[in-house]
Design a protein around this ligand. Structure first.
Ligand code: UTP
Length: 471
């Protein structure tokens, strides 16, 4: 921790002396915590962010003006699907596959106190998001005989709570040594003059550096070295808010391996032209995910000759990374994006103000920018009804209610395929509540197997259907 004199010098050199504006009013613990925070902030990085802000102001025409076309998308089926799956199963049996969940976000739209991964989504048991991810990894370990190590990215804000939650829940049945938590970086926001913002008299406002912060954090934390020491060839990457994700899906992992890909991208058909998914395109000879805000309305609505949207496929941040590519990218550094946001700040009297309009610039890195450096980066289509229903908003689309309904509908499909009568309502959703622990069954085939096995739970004619496996 710097002394007061040292802190004054650091701040003066960085043009941020206002950080000590309330020093004379702070008590001893507040002074200590402010000095400690000044010691932790990388002011050289803040100077770079100031440069990013200046460049953003001077930016010319939007990038979408450059000619682009939809990226080619592979739809795996038949023999190609079987071959990809077989290859992925080989990878899993050899213990060459890891899983990485990004769980460092702030979940501000959901408005949930605590890490988003602790949010209860199980329609019957209120099992949290983390449960569904971890239990899929447990199922893979049982099926293929080797662990799929789980790398969980947190942020400074939720790291301790996330670790405590896993500990409290017995790691959901996973071996503790196969779960690796690592913390992403935090960046200050800047006001229009390039000054960091005090959100309390003794504290500089910081926010996570975006899911693109994963790459540097993997290296800094030793998680990347751990992957290498375990001999992992690839890592399945996904977001914490989608409990439908088919974690380490053998076909996707196998296709990636067979292609010798650096980075593979799962894409699905957009719900409608306005859906806010990044779109997979080819531009300047490279595959890119272009944010939907870069598209004009005409581009969003453009149709192909078959009547489908021309830019039909969106990315939902389900990827496979090869481990050597992660190593290369960790030091390459991703571009920094700027967003004009509402950031709480103190006024001249030290009182906290919650602005009603954007007042500051926040900085983030996006994981999909790594595509620019990927030499082989296939886009593979998947069925969103089977694999994608995120918890983003408190209500409406992509909310806990829609996510639970989509989970139930998927489980009802599996049950019906296994010969269990599950009455559906007019919209195709099951009338009874359903919940299936992924360690009991993780797809239609494994469910049919379990239900056919001796000692399978007897079907109840009415009421909830809860199929669970003891840890
Ligand atoms: P979102 O962009 O949906 O953000 O993150 P969020 O923080 O969950 O929610 P809002 O926007 O504040 O409402 C997509 C995924 O990326 C992770 C999130 O945890 C989520 O799994 N993420 C996002 C990080 O791990 N770090 C970040 O800095 C940002």
């Amino acid at each position: 921790m710097p002394s007061l004199e040292e802190a004054r010098k650091i701040l003066a050199d960085a043009g941020q002396s206002h950080v000590l504006a309330f020093w004379n009013r702070l008590d001893a613990p507040a002074r200590e915590s402010l000095l400690a925070q000044i010691g932790r902030i990388d002011f050289a990085a803040v100077a770079k962010l100031r440069g990013v802000l200046a460049d953003a102001g001077a930016k010319a025409a939007p990038a979408a003006a450059a000619p682009m076309e939809p990226a080619p998308v592979v739809e795996l089926a038949g023999a190609e699907l079987a071959a990809a799956r077989a290859r992925g199963e080989e990878e899993l049996r050899a213990g060459r596959v890891g899983a990485l969940v990004v769980a460092g976000g702030q979940g501000s739209r959901l408005g949930f106190e605590g890490p988003k991964g602790c949010y209860p989504v199980g329609p019957i048991t209120d099992a949290p998001l983390f449960f569904f991810h971890a239990r899929k990894l447990l199922a893979l370990k049982r099926r293929y005989g080797r662990p799929v190590p789980f790398y969980v990215m947190t942020s400074e804000t939720n790291d301790a709570a996330t670790r405590a939650f896993f500990e409290e829940r017995g790691y959901f049945g996973l071996a503790k040594e196969d779960v690796f938590f690592f913390v992403q970086g935090m960046w200050p926001a800047l006001d229009p003059e390039g000054k960091v913002i005090l959100d309390r008299p003794d504290h500089v406002f910081l926010s996570p550096d975006g899911h693109g912060g994963t790459l540097a954090a993997l290296e800094r934390s030793g998680a990347l070295a751990d992957m290498e020491a375990r001999g992992l060839a690839s890592v399945f990457y996904f977001q914490v808010d989608n409990p439908m994700v088919d974690v380490a899906d053998p076909a996707f992992v196998g296709f990636h391996a067979a292609q010798g890909a650096d980075l593979s991208v799962k894409v699905c058909a957009k719900r409608d032209p306005q859906e806010g998914l990044g779109v997979a395109v080819r531009r300047g000879g490279r595959t890119e995910i272009v944010e939907y805000t870069e598209f004009t309305d005409a581009q969003k609505n453009e149709r192909a000759p078959d009547g489908e949207l021309r830019y039909k496929y969106g990315s939902v941040a389900i990827h496979v990374f090869s481990v050597p590519f992660l190593r290369r990218e960790a030091s390459a550094g991703l571009p920094v994006h700027v967003a004009h946001k509402k950031v709480p700040h103190v006024d001249a009297s030290g009182a906290v103000v919650k602005p009603s309009a954007p007042n500051a610039y926040k900085f983030e890195k996006f994981i999909f920018d790594a595509l620019a450096d990927a030499k082989v980066c296939p886009c593979v289509a998947f069925d969103r009804e089977a694999e994608f229903s995120p918890v983003k908003n408190a209500e409406g689309a992509d909310s806990p209610a829609t996510c639970r309904a989509d989970l139930s509908r998927k489980w009802a499909r599996w049950l019906r395929a296994a010969g269990v009568a599950v009455p559906l309502d007019g919209r195709g959703y099951p009338v009874r509540r359903i919940e299936i622990d992924p360690a009991f069954a993780f797809d239609a085939a494994s469910l049919a197997e379990r239900l056919a096995a001796p000692g399978a739970p007897a079907e109840e004619p009415a009421g909830d259907i809860l199929l669970r496996e003891d840890a």
